[in-house]
Write a protein of this length. Structure first.
Length: 304
């Protein structure tokens, strides 16, 4: 009896995923969710589907999300003008109030999407369980208001949720010693949380394909790079835009206990599944020095 080729291909895909499912079963993976994947409704549903699938095959995913574009939209709605210094939002009292409301609104919308797919999610901010303690961030000595730099992560509330089989969805609002609220860069929050829970993986969803040796040459995408190589890349001064602090976050995360970091293009449908469950991968993986890609064929190891 001749089998339908598409059916056989599905079987092959599932078998290819098996070693990855075995390797990362019961391991924590932190997904920093942002960029176009948060704005495009179809992409949003695909990201949530990916995270739910990770949960249902035995991973312990945590979503950390931003909401900068949505905050800017609401700041404009109330007649205020958004201001930025070195890419950081100037956050006065009224702006902070809007930011916290908007981030909690985004948070609960993501909770709803996960719940609709049959997985129980709980949305929290860094104020819950006194999770994200911070101090005022003053880039270049400039006071930009209620923008926080994380000083301590108390992950107990995250562990409690994971233990009870909930999927934590975290928005980056923290507090200082006087318990004032602070807006925290979502990349920084994801990095700090991943370090605190000793995550197996930290995945950044971005609006670029990954890390390039030469951004103008799209064939120069780096599939895998060690921490040492990444630091040399930064020191050489070849990086610009938002990738420099992102790559530094990746290095810091691995140096502080995270096993592997991925930079993924969130505009690609199901990018998380493609990077985590396939031999080829699609983004850039940052590895510990001397580490190798798990479960990849010898041929593919040479390619990467």
């Amino acid at each position: 009896m001749e089998m339908d080729k598409s059916i056989m291909q599905k079987a092959e895909v599932l078998i290819e995923a098996l070693p990855y499912i075995q390797r990362f079963n019961r391991k924590i993976i932190v997904v920093k969710y942002g960029g176009s994947a948060m704005v495009d409704e179809e992409l949003k549903h695909q990201v949530i589907q990916d995270v739910v699938l990770l949960k249902l095959v035995g991973f312990k995913p945590i979503i950390v999300h931003g909401g900068g574009k949505e905050i800017s939209r609401w700041v404009g709605k109330v007649g205020m003008e958004p201001h930025f210094v070195n890419g950081l939002r100037v956050t006065d009292g009224p702006t902070m109030e809007i930011a916290e409301m908007v981030l909690n609104k985004v948070n609960k919308s993501l909770v709803q999407l996960v719940n609709e797919l049959g997985v129980k999610a709980v949305g929290i901010s860094g104020k819950d369980g006194m999770m994200l303690e911070c101090r005022k961030k003053c880039p270049g000595g400039v006071d930009i208001g209620f923008v926080g730099e994380i000083t301590n992560v108390a992950p107990k509330v995250i562990y409690d949720l994971l233990e009870k089989d909930f999927l934590p969805i975290i928005c980056p609002i923290g507090f200082d010693e006087q318990f004032y609220s602070y807006n925290i860069n979502a990349d920084d929050a994801a990095c700090a949380i991943a370090q605190a829970v000793k995550a197996e993986k930290l995945a950044f969803l971005t609006d670029v394909e990954g890390l390039y040796r030469d951004f103008e040459d799209k064939s120069s995408l780096i599939s895998a790079i060690t921490v040492e190589e990444a630091q040399q890349f930064i020191d050489a001064g070849g990086l610009g835009g938002g990738m420099l602090p992102k790559l530094q976050n990746c290095i810091d995360a691995i140096n502080n206990g995270v096993n592997r970091v991925h930079i993924l293009d969130g505009r690609i449908p199901h990018c998380l599944l493609l990077e985590i469950f396939t031999n080829k991968g699609i983004g850039t993986a940052i590895l510990r020095d001397g580490d190798r890609q798990y479960c990849h064929s010898e041929e593919n190891k040479k390619k990467r």
